[in-house]
Design a protein around this ligand. Structure first.
Ligand code: DGY
Length: 321
């Protein structure tokens, strides 16, 4: 019987996932959950057959070029794959997989939290209470925006976008969206399709971003496009920070042109632009869209299913390169 494949584990994975790894592979775990510098990651990959990174392990073309020839697959513990240069991996014949579907519910929950946190000033309220600064109730105290019955716009009606739209319908919101391809009417479920982001924006009281970060979507929400949103709109981002021009967003929040924003993701994570901290009408979370025990287990198992298929000579279900 051939030796079990050696796999490098990017970060600390859930217990049940690491147990399965220990049973079926020869894993090089990361018990301290450190973010490996590229040189250390590359040296750990010496003699390894596979790498299981998260989005915190950046694999641009220059790192992919230095991966040992033994590494045949990068099985990501993430649905987003913007941290991996797919063309470079493909060029070297390295398979790349991701973990779609299993985190859609958890991420949609966080999109709703970002929407409500922004609309109802949850961050401000929490900060006030913890600072012992809540002095009295009054009709004018902490008045926010009601989202019930308003228009909810989605950029990117893939798996997460569709679940998020369903959750927004729970607030009687009218769904508008744009997507590379128009959905079938059954999946649209009455949502209004717009051919371009520019067409969509004027129809969004709340705009929620669900497209991948690619060279085409970099800074998609720039000053010009933010200005197309209705006065007092709310912006939600649970996808990737790269999609928003953060300076333009801050200007729109400071001027009051946008009522508020709810963000779970940032351009240069975990180093958030400090200017955000001085802006009250923004609700900030630390990239926890998929952070439930159930979802993190499911992401790990999905990555392992892809790995198992690959080493059994089958096509991995979630191959993206
Ligand atoms: C994903 O899976 O892409 C999440 O953002 C966590 O990495």
């Amino acid at each position: 019987m051939p030796d079990k494949p050696v796999v490098v584990i990017g970060r600390k994975f859930p217990e049940a996932v690491e147990a399965r790894l220990a049973r079926d592979y020869r894993p090089k775990f990361n018990p301290e959950d450190r973010v490996y510098p590229a040189a250390e990651l590359l040296s750990l990959c010496e003699g390894a057959d596979a790498l299981l990174p998260c989005h915190s392990e950046h694999l641009p073309a220059e790192v992919i070029a230095k991966l040992p020839d033994t590494v045949k697959i990068i099985a990501n513990f993430s649905v987003g794959v913007d941290h991996v240069d797919l063309a470079a991996a493909k060029g070297r014949g390295i398979a790349v997989t991701n973990t779609p579907d299993v985190l859609s519910d958890a991420t949609a929950e966080i999109a709703m939290l970002c929407m409500l946190g922004a609309a109802r000033r949850a961050g401000e309220g929490e900060r006030l209470i913890r600072a012992g600064a809540w002095k009295s109730w009054s009709p004018a105290f902490m008045v926010g925006t009601q989202v019930t019955g308003k228009r909810f716009g989605v950029v990117g009606m893939g798996r997460v976008g569709q679940v998020t739209a369903r959750r927004a319908r729970g607030f009687d919101m009218e769904i508008h969206y744009t997507n590379r391809n128009r959905l079938d009417p059954a999946l649209e479920a009455g949502a209004v399709y717009h051919e371009s982001v520019e067409d969509l924006l004027p129809h969004c009281d709340v705009l929620s971003l669900h497209c991948p970060a690619t060279p085409q979507t970099m800074n998609l929400m720039n000053a010009e496009r933010l200005a197309l949103l209705p006065e007092g709109a709310i912006l939600v981002n649970t996808a990737r920070g790269a999609i928003i021009d953060e300076a333009a967003l801050m200007a729109a929040l400071r001027s009051g042109r946008l009522a508020a924003a709810g963000l779970d993701v940032y351009k240069n994570e975990p180093h958030i632009e400090p200017a955000f901290f001085a802006i009250e009408n923004i609700f900030l979370l630390p990239h926890i869209g998929s952070a439930t025990g159930q979802t993190r287990d499911a992401m790990g198992f999905r990555a392992l299913d892809n790995l198992d298929a690959f080493f059994a000579g089958r096509e991995p279900r979630d191959r993206v390169a």
